[in-house]
Write a protein that binds this ligand. Structure first.
Ligand code: SAH
Length: 230
């Protein structure tokens, strides 16, 4: 297991007992009760200190199974959703340690850190510069050599790092952007919320012939996927 980064927020949280194994275990147990049974995912959740990704004022709530504000109108995803997305991503991948993943919507970097525990190579793109930089700071102490952060509009994918075995999105568009399908390897999969008012978490697998086979899993609520950068 990795050690917590020695950041100021982390030290404060440790003093408050927030980083204790018991508090983290309770969060992981809650996620398991909600149906995430993949032990690799539960171990990854246990390994990443979520309090290091939220403002100090919210650190006392970091291990609740809930989304929390991270500024700029965005949120850190609910742990259950991060876990469920990771579980669906892993499902189709025989050797996750040699798989390359694109995450669209880095936000504070929490899900990227969880994905980096599970997959060989993770690229995460964020369209808001302030959050991209915040994520870089949040992640510094974790020293995840297999995680790369990119600033830009992820609805165009990340051409220079393609092709990907998996693309996961943390923001919902009306459709799956064509660039993602193009940048996905045959046999690879996309896990993404799709829809406007009503969103569904969709798993789309790319066949050897290039066609997508979609499956809707559950109703979800993500922030919108927006074009351009800010
Ligand atoms: N993965 C984060 C969730 C962040 S919320 C976590 O671990 O909690 C989703 C993020 O997607 C927001 O930061 C938002 O700015 C970003 N986003 C929305 N549209 C985007 C786009 N087209 N490209 C890149 N990021 C985008």
């Amino acid at each position: 297991m990795r050690r917590d980064p020695p950041s100021a927020a982390n030290t404060a949280a440790t003093h408050a007992g927030l980083a204790s194994a018991r508090v983290r275990d309770r969060m992981v147990e809650r996620v398991r009760e909600l149906g995430v049974r993949d032990g690799r995912v539960l171990d990854a959740l246990r390994a990443v200190p979520r309090h290091a990704f939220v403002d100090e004022a919210l650190a006392s709530r970091a291990y609740e199974d809930t989304a929390l504000p991270i500024g700029h109108g965005q949120t850190i995803s609910q742990p259950y959703i991060v876990a469920r997305t990771a579980e669906l991503a892993l499902e189709g991948i025989a050797e996750p340690r040699s798989a390359r993943v694109l995450e669209v919507g880095t936000g504070c970097g929490y899900a990227a850190a969880v994905l980096a525990q599970l997959f060989g190579d993770v690229v995460s793109i964020e369209r808001l510069r302030a959050l991209h930089e915040r994520a870089r700071e949040n992640l510094r102490g974790l020293r995840l050599a297999n995680l790369r952060l990119v600033f830009g509009d992820g609805s165009r994918g990340v051409e220079q790092a393609a092709p990907f075995d998996v693309i996961v999105a943390a923001a919902a568009g009306d459709v799956i952007p064509p660039a993602w399908v193009q940048q996905l390897k045959p046999g690879g999969r996309i896990v993404a919320p799709v829809g406007a008012d009503e969103q569904t978490l969709v798993v789309a697998q790319k066949g050897e012939n290039g066609a997508l086979v979609r499956r809707a899993t559950e109703a979800v609520r993500f922030v919108p996927l927006r074009g351009g950068v800010g």
